[in-house]
Design a protein around this ligand. Structure first.
Ligand code: PLP
Ligand code: COI
Length: 354
């Protein structure tokens, strides 16, 4: 297949903002690189992506994104090694998942080369924005939304695929305490929980605000039917360690098939850490916390990387996790970030050179 890379028009900014950025004190996703990639779907097809200066976009007030929430997104990171090589982590999986999400939201799927070649071209233009400080990276946000107009509650006839990037530090600041949800649900069987749909996050904000008011950073969602099973957190999949076994719930149509999650499962298995992918009950975790067999809980995701959980709340009681010297979380975090940043061999073939 011939590459589209030479067909992508590039309009460069006349005034870089890079000198305004404090690369030593980066927050998560709050300053944006100079350029963005924009690709339009109209007249029944996706048109050639363009790279242009990062800027606001004009939409008609009747654009369907505003009314019916047709939008999906991805989260990825680019890393730069000591030799200035640029790396992505399993990027084809993000492209596939974007299209899985799009299909569920009746959004036309994007050609893989528009995503991959477009992203590579964008990273080439903005490669100076990729931070090199330990723990920082260039967070990449590809997204697709309905830009077509009309109040009719049906799929739009026009869409935009955009990629923006943001030099970023860690997602959480400080210790992470989570609340196991007893009332609200993030997703349901047959719903859109497996998709990275914007509305899944909007629906979490109110219950998460309630949890934050009580001192928790994230909600751990439980199954919508019984609230007895642990599913995932707001922005990450969840692992628990009981004795020496690492356990995570199976993916389903209610849970995002996290790329970090599946990488952690493979990494742990390759390090002879016993891993169980099975349903976990809240009761089992509470009992394990009470009898001391609950050693660790952590979240796994692109933004969150591997985030240890310091405590969880359930039915008005807080359960602290033990403070161990050697944890699976820190071991696996180092293994995965060393692979991502080209500090070690990648026996899995996950790292992708841009
Ligand atoms: N679960 C949810 C709801 C998320 O938003 C994310 C973040 O992308 C994840 C899990 C982790 O997925 P991944 O590891 O692919 O980033
Ligand atoms: C990611 O980890 O990339 C995500 O998309 C999670 C998001 C809520 C920050």
């Amino acid at each position: 297949m011939s590459s589209i890379i030479n067909d992508i028009e590039i309009i460069k900014t006349k005034a870089t903002k890079i000198n305004d950025v404090d690369f030593d004190n980066l927050q998560f996703g709050s300053v944006f690189s100079d350029h963005m990639l924009v690709c339009d779907y109209k007249d029944g097809k996706w048109h050639m992506p363009k790279i242009m200066p990062y800027q606001p976009i004009a939409l008609d007030p009747s654009a369907k994104i505003f009314h019916y929430g047709q939008s999906v997104f991805e989260g990825m990171k680019a890393y730069k090694d000591v030799n200035e090589n640029v790396w992505l982590f399993r990027p084809y999986d993000n492209c596939k998942r974007l299209n899985i999400s799009s299909k569920r939201l009746a959004i036309p799927e994007l050609p893989e080369d528009y995503f991959m070649e477009g992203l590579k071209a964008l990273l080439e233009v903005d490669k100076d924005w990729i931070p090199t400080k330990e723990g920082s990276s260039l967070y990449i946000r590809p997204f697709v939304f309905a830009s077509g107009n009309g109040f009719h509650a049906s799929p739009a006839d026009a869409y935009k695929f955009i990629i923006c990037t943001a030099p970023s530090g860690s997602y959480f600041s400080g210790e992470v305490k989570v609340l196991i949800e007893e009332k609200y649900s993030r997703s349901a069987n047959g719903g859109v929980g497996f998709a990275k749909a914007g509305g899944n996050y909007a629906g979490q904000f109110y219950p998460t605000q309630l949890a934050k008011a009580k001192g928790y950073q994230q909600v751990i969602w439980t199954d919508d039917n019984t609230h007895e099973y642990i599913e995932e957190a707001g922005a990450m999949n969840i692992f628990v360690r009981i004795n020496d076994t690492l356990i995570t719930g199976p993916t389903s149509d209610r849970i995002l098939d996290g790329i970090t999650r599946k990488s952690i499962i493979e990494l742990a298995a390759s390090e002879n850490i016993p891993v169980d992918v099975r349903k976990i009950t809240v009761n089992e975790v509470v009992e394990a916390a009470k009898n001391g067999s609950l050693k660790e809980m952590f979240g796994a995701g692109t933004a969150a990387v591997v985030s240890p959980i310091a405590a969880f709340g359930y039915k008005d009681t807080d359960y602290d996790l033990p403070k161990l010297e050697k944890t699976y979380a820190s071991f696996l975090k180092k293994r995965i970030t060393d692979i991502q940043t080209n500090k070690t061999e990648d026996p899995f073939g996950w790292r992708f050179k841009v």
